[in-house]
Every structure is written in structure tokens, then in C-alpha cells.
Design a protein around this ligand. Sequence first.
Ligand SMILES: NC(=O)c1ccc[n+]([C@@H]2O[C@H](COP(=O)([O-])OP(=O)(O)OC[C@H]3O[C@@H](n4cnc5c(N)ncnc54)[C@H](OP(=O)(O)O)[C@@H]3O)[C@@H](O)[C@H]2O)c1
Length: 217
Amino acid sequence: MERTGVLGTGMVGTAIASKLVELGYEVKMGSRTSTNESAAQWVARSGAKASRGMFSEAAAHGEAVFLCVKGDAALDAIGLANRENLEGKTVIDVTNPLDFSKGMPPTLFVCNTGSLGERLQVALPASRVVKTLNMVTSDVQVDPKRAGGDVTMFVAGNHQPAKEETSMFLRQFGWQDIIDLGDISAARGMEMLLPIWLRIFAAFGRGHFGFKVVRSA
Ligand SMILES: NC(=O)c1ccc[n+]([C@@H]2O[C@H](COP(=O)([O-])OP(=O)(O)OC[C@H]3O[C@@H](n4cnc5c(N)ncnc54)[C@H](OP(=O)(O)O)[C@@H]3O)[C@@H](O)[C@H]2O)c1
């Protein structure tokens, strides 16, 4: 694989796109507009393998596509990306269903009996959605050592080859302890880690930590 698409120009999109360029991929960062300032700045500092475009152009460019947009805009973003551009592809879903409408801390607008990961897979029946990386901060996503130890990462999705492809990216990012939690409904638990993540963040005053599953051999 040579080409990846990154839908999103925020902290996560920028961190993942930068890491992918560093790893040698040709990366197109997508946004709602062709004039997005954050994407322009990222391209300017990232060299010849970095480009930018609309969500649809980034989706078409990528052989695999990272979805790194605001949770409550995720379904709109894949609509703008044009579902046909994502057909047959692994869509790596890093989003969280955070609802900031009632102030801080945010609540989850779907949980327990559903998840954003599942909604995305329903909306993209011809794509292979894999949930991962949503429960660590962007620095840690692409450099797990920054969490201070050998932290655990989860993957969930209905398609085994897509989870293997995602795990390949995760290993390239530095993740060693990767647990496959099963089908995309496991995204419920992964997304429900956010309330406790936010509390730990408040207690520590920083996001450089992660979850570790300790188990017997
Ligand atoms: N920040 C973290 O450390 C972290 C860690 C783990 C997971 N996450 C999750 O990762 C996702 C991205 O987080 P972030 O902090 O990088 O950025 P963010 O501010 O949550 O999302 C920015 C992206 O969302 C897009 N967006 C906003 N409103 C939209 C709309 N109405 N329609 C379509 N797209 C829209 C923006 O598009 P434009 O480019 O056009 O402005 C931009 O690309 C979130 O779901 C977040 O919960 C974040």
C-alpha cells in the first residue's frame, strides 16, 4: 500500500497524516473546503508526499482511509466523502461520539446499546470499518511510548483482513500490545472508555497516558 487518505484537519488528522508521511506513504488530507488553513499549513511543512483536498478527494486517493472528524459530524463527513470513494476500502475510525451541547464534561450521544463505529459501518455497507485509537490522545496515537509504558490498543470490526491491515498501521506507529475485541459492536466499550479517559485527564492534567490490559500468560 502506498496511498492513504486522512479525513480531518484537527489534532488527530494532523498527527496521523504526519506519521504516515514519515513512514513513506503518500497522504492526502481532506476537509470540507479546498482552502482549509490547517491542511494548507500541514502540506507546506510536510514535503512532496503530502497533499490536500476535499473529503471526497482524500477518500478517493487512499487505499485505506483514516476518519478523524468531529464525532457528531462523522456521518456528514462520509456523505461528503462520497460513499463510492470508500467502497471496498478499510476505513479506520478514530472518532468519539462526544456531545458538548450540555457543557463540560461531554456526554456520549450514543453508548451502551450502540456506537458511532456501528453507525458508520451501517452507513458504509461496502466498506470495512475498523474502530481503533479513539481512547488515547493524538500524540500517543502515533507514538505510544509517550503514554509512559507498554500500553494496550484495541481494534474492532467485522472484517478480519481490515483489522489486520489496521494492526499493520498500528505496529508501524509503535503499538505492540494490540487486542482484537471482535466485531464492530465492540466499539461500544471502546467509546465508553471516554468518560473515564476524561476523568483521568482531569486528574493528571495531561493526556499522556493509556490503558493497559494485564493478563496471565
Ligand atoms: N484530539 C484528540 O487527541 C483525540 C484523541 C482520540 C480521538 N479523538 C477523536 O478524533 C476525532 C477528531 O478529533 P480532533 O480533535 O482532531 O478534531 P475535531 O475538532 O473533533 O474535528 C475536526 C474535523 O472535523 C471536521 N468537521 C467539523 N464539523 C464538521 C461538519 N459539520 N461536517 C463535516 N466535517 C466536520 C472538520 O472539518 P474541516 O477540516 O472542514 O474543518 C475537521 O476536519 C474526534 O471524533 C475526536 O473525538 C480525538
